[in-house]
Design a protein around this ligand. Structure first.
Ligand code: ATP
Ligand code: MG
Length: 739
């Protein structure tokens, strides 16, 4: 494949025209779509609802420009929202007009394209070609260093919050000298701009860019080297952008600069799907398009080719509750009403996972490919319950746009603590968490301990203890390490007697690990706290620590090839632009969705963005959409009652069908009397637990995992049971049914 952005600009000769003629391409479109494709010159905005074929317009337009010889492949620049979307577009265009042309067209995300421009021409603003791109961790470390250098009280002005301020400036295309009278400048006692400047200075010293720089530096390049900009303007005769509603100011400026030459810019988007304001997206870009590009042609598409009637009507009614929107008409292409949106009330989060996975399996039996089924959640931690159920049922799945639950950083950290408690020789776990959260044990100390451990052929924990005893380490390191080893010893004692959740609770709180994330002001930190709480809730399912660790090891190993047909699990944010035959939308409960934090932080604006997210979720479905809510969830080991989401009230009765579990009246969740004592798994145990029996020594009981056994000792709600197959175990009474 030729790299169209090659540094030497040595382009391949034009590939021979292949595939259909321009007219043939237009034949597959409706008149409005065809108009958007045919209007190759000038600025064009396609502003229309979900599933109306905006992305199809862009793909066809790219093929049309090539088939009609309007431009060579490398003269067309297309911007997508994700790398995956870029790949898909390249494949689709390749299928239409041949791979040769598709492979040499310029296609990517804003970040990827910005990086390529900077590698090519960044030297003009003093950025060497081999600059590195910093990840989020590096950025934070750098802000911390810079803050320390400026004597900032990091308790008062956490680096995470500072980094967020800098990132917002970068999103707006504002460098340290351009901040002016921005409220953010007041941050850190008025020193935020100084920190910004110092941070950029450090990046330059390190020969590095952060993500925001990939655009910001391009803007600087365009300003400082007008000849470079002019060469890009000459080169890119046609520019196209998908998901324009979620571009930020810097991206808008970047597009405006590049398209100034030819004036040929085609953007598509939907204001009702703007869901990234928390990352600096400016819906104003799409709303002001005709002002930014006077004379622009605006095309409205009103036929939805994706969803059947009931789904579309329900989604339209929901989004109509937002005051701040342009408003648009949508009609289903097929004219079929199809199935009503299913709204399902269940008692608990576990019931929800069970019901959803059962429904997915029913679809699978009806020959629906798993790739056509998706579970779309509001918050990352929600995937855990579904992943576990899917694994238990042997349904192949993938988590799109993020790691699987047990692969997430904070979960691995927590598991590393437990591994080290269970197995003192686990050096990998030791190294991972010995200074996490920071407890004054620096890399140098860890290096010394590692060397000693290798030299004497003992585990690092043992080497550390020996070095402390021998007084081998500097005083401070010795004290800190000794304290950590003591904590470990305490947890080991606790592990011997307590159930795994009590242990993990103590580890997360006692170590300060959970607190570290609670204090973290990074946008993803609250999600990590939620994941850890979810892990705690999950611990109740395990009889002892060993069992849990074995389970995790298996989960991590349990990954087969990519060719398997898989169900998709992802967040609503990651689902933008995608479509599936059947979509499950769990957790529609007030507080979870709409998310309480969005409401608290952004009020009505936050609520409207949440509603747009709900709208994005519903409009991913072609034939089936199932919304569900649970009356109660176990959060942090405590049952919490929930009200069904207010968004369910936005769905009109004539387009939905309600299903509720026995005892749940009219879709409104009433709290079952026995909720506190409800077990989590099988109906069998559920029935037996409804009236909790008092357990006695010698009684025969049944446990869902360990099978039959006899009670040996009763200690409150903890029972010691000699299981016929699994041996002696301590378990909580609520997982037990009388046999
Ligand atoms: P979203 O707003 O969710 O990104 P979109 O407007 O980009 O949606 P597409 O994904 O392009 O919509 O199209 C939705 C579905 O409709 C796709 O399966 C696409 O192939 C189909 N489609 C679009 N236009 C037509 C058409 N003219 N005839 C038949 N099918 C079409
Ligand atoms: Mg699209």
């Amino acid at each position: 494949m030729t790299d169209p952005f090659a540094l030497d600009d040595g382009f391949a000769p034009p590939p021979p025209p292949a595939g259909p003629s321009p007219d043939q391409l237009l034949a597959g479109l409706n008149p409005e779509q065809a108009e958007a494709v045919r209007t190759t010159e000038g600025a064009v905005l396609v502003l229309s609802g979900a599933g109306t074929g905006k992305t199809k317009v862009l793909t066809t337009r790219l093929a049309y420009l090539l088939a009609g010889n309007f431009a060579q492949p490398w003269q067309i620049l297309s911007v997508t929202f994700t790398n995956r979307a870029a790949r898909e577009m390249r494949e689709r265009v390749g299928a239409i007009i041949g791979e040769a042309a598709a492979s040499s067209t310029v296609l990517g995300t804003f970040h990827a394209l910005g990086a390529r421009m900077l590698r090519r021409d960044g030297t003009r603003i003093g950025l060497p070609r081999d600059f590195t791109i910093l990840d989020a961790d590096d950025q934070l470390r750098l802000v911390k260093q810079v803050s320390a250098g400026q004597d900032i009280d990091t308790k008062r002005w956490p680096p995470q919050a500072l980094l967020a301020v800098l990132q917002r400036w970068k999103d707006r295309g504002v460098g340290p000298d351009q901040v002016g009278a921005d409220p953010g400048a007041e941050y850190a006692g008025g020193r935020a701009v100084a920190i910004y400047r110092a941070y950029q200075g450090e990046l330059a010293r390190l020969n590095a860019c952060d993500f925001g720089d990939l655009l910001l530096k391009c803007l600087e390049l365009f300003r400082e080297a007008p000849d470079v900009l002019a060469s890009y303007q000459r080169r890119f005769r046609y520019i196209m952008v998908d998901e324009y509603q979620d571009t930020n100011v810097a991206q808008g400026l970047w597009l405006r600069a590049l398209s100034k030459g030819s004036g040929n810019l085609c953007c598509v988007g939907d204001d009702d799907q703007s869901i990234y304001s928390w990352r600096g997206a400016e819906v104003g870009n799409i709303l002001r398009f005709t002002e930014d590009f006077p004379g622009a042609k605006v095309v409205r598409l009103e036929t939805n080719y994706r969803s059947t009637g009931h789904i579309l009507a329900a989604a339209a009614h929901l989004i109509a509750q937002n005051a701040d929107r342009l408003g648009k008409t949508l009609r289903p292409a097929s004219g079929e009403w199809g199935e009503k949106v299913c709204v399902r009330g269940v008692w608990t989060g576990e019931d929800e996972a069970r019901v959803v996975v059962e429904a997915a399996e029913t679809l699978q039996r009806k020959k629906v490919p798993l790739a056509e089924i998706a579970v779309l959640v509001r918050a990352g931690y929600q995937t855990r319950a579904f992943e576990e159920r899917l694994m238990a049922q042997g349904v192949p799945y993938r988590v799109v746009g993020g790691p699987r639950f047990y692969e997430r950083q904070e979960i691995r950290d927590a598991v590393a603590y437990l591994r080290l408690i269970s197995q003192p020789a686990d050096d990998l776990a030791f190294e991972r968490i010995v200074n996490l959260p920071r407890r004054g044990i620096g890399d140098a100390t860890v290096d010394l301990v590692r060397q000693e451990a290798r030299a004497t052929n003992v585990p690092m924990t043992v080497a550390a203890a020996e070095m402390i005893a021998a007084g081998d380490l500097p005083t401070r390191a010795r004290t800190c390490l000794a304290k950590f080893l003591e904590e470990l010893a305490d947890w080991r004692t606790l592990a011997a007697g307590a159930d795994p959740r009590t242990l993990l609770d103590d580890v997360l709180e006692g170590s300060g690990y959970l607190e570290m994330w609670r204090r973290d002001k990074a946008p993803d930190a609250p999600g990590r706290v939620e994941n850890l709480k979810e892990l705690l809730a999950a611990m109740d399912e395990f009889g002892d620590l060993q069992e849990f660790l074995e389970y995790v090891a298996l989960v991590m190993e349990n990954q087969s090839g990519d060719e398997v047909d898989r169900l998709s699990v992802m967040t609503l944010h990651a689902a933008k632009g995608l479509e599936f035959d059947h979509v499950f939308l769990p957790g529609w409960e007030d507080g979870l969705f709409p998310n309480q934090r969005s409401l608290d932080e952004s009020g009505t604006k936050g609520l409207e963005e949440e509603r747009r997210l709900a709208h994005v979720g519903l409009t991913r479905a072609r034939k089936g959409a199932t919304v569900s809510f649970a009356a109660a969830r176990r959060i942090y080991g405590q049952w919490q009652n929930n009200m069904p989401s207010r968004f369910i009230d936005d769905l009109p009765d004539e387009h939905i069908e309600r299903f509720s579990e026995a005892g749940m009246g009219g879709g409104v969740a009433a709290r079952p009397a026995s909720l506190e004592t409800r077990p989590m798994f099988e109906p069998r145990a559920t029935a037996a637990m409804a009236d909790e029996p008092g357990y006695k020594r010698g009684q025969r009981v049944f446990h869902d995992k360990f099978g039959y056994g006899e009670i040996r000792a009763v200690d409150g709600n903890k029972l010691e049971i000699a299981f016929d197959k699994a041996g002696l175990k301590k378990v909580l009474s609520r997982f037990i049914a009388a046999a």
